[in-house]
Write a protein that binds this ligand. Sequence first.
Ligand code: BMA
Length: 895
Amino acid sequence: MNYVVWSSVLLYSLAVIGLNRALAFEIKSPGVESISLNGKWELLNSNSSFSLSADVPGCVYTALQRQGIISDPYYRFNDLAYRWISLDNWTYTTSFSVPAYVRGAGKAVLVFEGVDTVSTISLNGVTIGQTDNMFCRYDFEVTGLLKDQENLLQVWLMSAVTYASQRSHDHTQYSVPPACPPPVQKGECHVNFIRKAQSSFSWDWGPSFPTLGIWKDVRLDIFNTLRLLSFTTSPIYDSEHSSWNVEVELFFDVVVTSKGFVHLSIPLLDTEADFSLSLTTPGQNIKSFLLQVNQNASIRFWWPFGHGEQPLYDLKIEINVEGGETLKAHRLIAFRTVELVQEPIPSSPGLSFYFRINGKPIFLKGSNWIPVHAFQDQVTTDMITILLRSVQKANMNALRVWGGGVYEQDVFYSLCDMYGIMIWQDFMFACALYPTEKDFIQTVRTEVTQQVRRLKSHPSVIIWSGNNENEAAIATNWFNLPFAEHPLYVKDYVNLYVDNIRDIVLQEDSSRPFLVSSPTNGIQSEKEGWVANNPYDPHYGDTHYYNYTKDCWNWTEFPRTRFASEFGFQSWPSLSTLNKVSVPSDWDFSSDFSAHRQHHADGNEQMLNQTKLHYILPNSTDPVQRYRDTIYITQVMQAQCVKIQTEFYRRSRSEIIDGKGHTMGVLYWQLNDIWQGPSWSSIEFGGKWKMLHYWAVDFYAPILSVGFENKGDLLIYAISDSHTSDHKVKAKVELYSWSSFDAVCSLESNWTIIKEGESSLVFQLPVSDVLTKCVNCTRQSCLVTFHLRSPEGQMISARNHMFLSSPKDAEGLQKPNITFTVKDSDIEQNYAVTLHCSFPALYVWLDVDDVPGHFNVNGFLMLSTSYTVFFGAWRPTTAEELTGKLHVTSLRDVY
Ligand code: BMA
């Protein structure tokens, strides 16, 4: 199994899951008989050479693996070996009976919550419908088709690869690029012609597994009068009356026109009201009600993590239909406002770009979320919980659900509501141009309508965004299209994202902003006809910025953007993650395996070249040790590069320099991994934290001190995310020699007031003066540490450090001879690891192999002879097991 690590976290997250069950919204309809058709189905390929039992929800790969027909698709080169699976067509079949008393009922509907992707569905030999969009729910009426005894339900799935290719072939008038992914991705072509996770045909961090399956629940709904299809709840602030209303929309499927009453209540806020209900036409009826929240009740706002609490209120819905039926539903709601502020900034051309939550400017700190698994049916609540807990532990308050994957499961958004994680929700279009045939637009319209209705009740969702990088793809002509055809592609772009997607979102959801793309210039892009001349312009909107060849320590290269929604560097995951899908002969940076897993052209070379700028490459004569050390050094490089860039963005929040600045968001690329391979992620497949994730805890801390050099001066900035209080601080700066544990000298700044939500310079001195004051220091022999102190003498920012030269040139840095002991701590499943060293050690990295959990700190600078860190395990373990598995590495140990 792939998921040794994932699955063992059950214990750890049990409490959270319990809470979450209570959270999930619920509908109780006594008048509707719902028969689940989940479970074991029969699965057959096109020539019947494979016939097996398959779980629904599920996919063909999962079924083949569970039956032992294929081994782990993630193992070594299996993605290529199993390509045939996605090129075949497959049929899922089940049979079921229904109780006699419901067969004669008014209406029977087969509900497919998600089919992946292109299918023809039949019941008892009669075709009942077709599907072409993985992101849609399909309801097929089957009244009159149900039989007494056995009902045969078949889902014939066409190869997504074949379908996409045919659709592209049929599109004869002009090309809709890209035709195929770059060869290094070893993927399939024309994914933009099918409404399916775009990364399923391969991506630059993931394999090609163009899945087929029934990936969500299937059930039969049978009812006489009506059923409640879904409902939404949107708290809306009425600024004129300084009051809150909750808009409640009910979506009914009506058989018999009915009358009745709707009772809405929020008991915790002493709020309730009755509304009359009249369902006058058979079929879908949408009814909307406005519940005025009791003005005397004191409403507590929902705040992003780090800014306050996340109170959730239960809203109850009771629908009484004349004639006796009563339907009940409820959902947890929250009160918050969100605005995307794009307005002129004094002394800067362009417009601001930031989020105001409950009237306060909030700096977004986080990363980008990609699909948790290539086989979505294998994604568990545990996996999502582990990732979201890790997000919160790293002091993040935001995630962008990136547009090349999937709209996440309900539990993902419920947990984000609970944890205070703001979601930037892309629609699922990425890095491509898209067709605009009538049926394509139609299926997209259904997808968007359904997804907005499904997700709009979540306070965590703060913005909708039309696509990933497609404005940029047209503006900067990624696909080398003839100049004369530019207007044609712009027209298609506006048609899809503006005239259709935006139009639907504006109709369906007035409670949060909509952006057409990312990166974009926002309002300015709109002025330029929705495709700006340069969507990467730092004076407007958000930017994506990647540069692997320039020195990442040189902050002057970074765009001083309003909002950094993507940037990053690759690293390799740990050996304990890779060894589940590889053999010892693969453990070499120049092996076929290392090349095969790398889906980004020149990625492995780029990592090493960037590393070489500041570090000596590992040179152990033991090949496995050298492989381990190389993994380690790529993680060091990644952590250091992303730290420097993030600190630059955070210190730019209050400044305008050369007309640029007021950065109000940092979302690095990328949080998680889809498989065990090199990528930009900070968390490995399986949940293990890379060095970058440990460092994010500090560089995303609410109060941060940042040190850097500018024109020969050493500067220290203090940054506060607080929106409620100012801080009086002083920077304490200490220089340490690489060869000694005692500070060589210590300097202090004056007292400075850091205003709420501001970044301020607190210390500035020419480096030459610093070195003169610290007589025994040179750029090569010493490093600078610093932190902020309060007037009461408290350390109010974590200790940070910077280098005056590259660690590869560090003079006096010696092998630290680190030893350790592991002991039980007072807290259950927490272990104390005490380290001893004989010289200062840089980037001290503790790795406990495949024991799931994380340390309180890792990848740190050790400036004392002994230091104790703690490991919180996610499954039962012992001090002995940890002692046996713990590997400690520091920079000087790898060369
Ligand atoms: C951005 C993303 C992804 C990609 C990443 C790394 O462009 O939107 O498409 O995986 O860069 O290349």
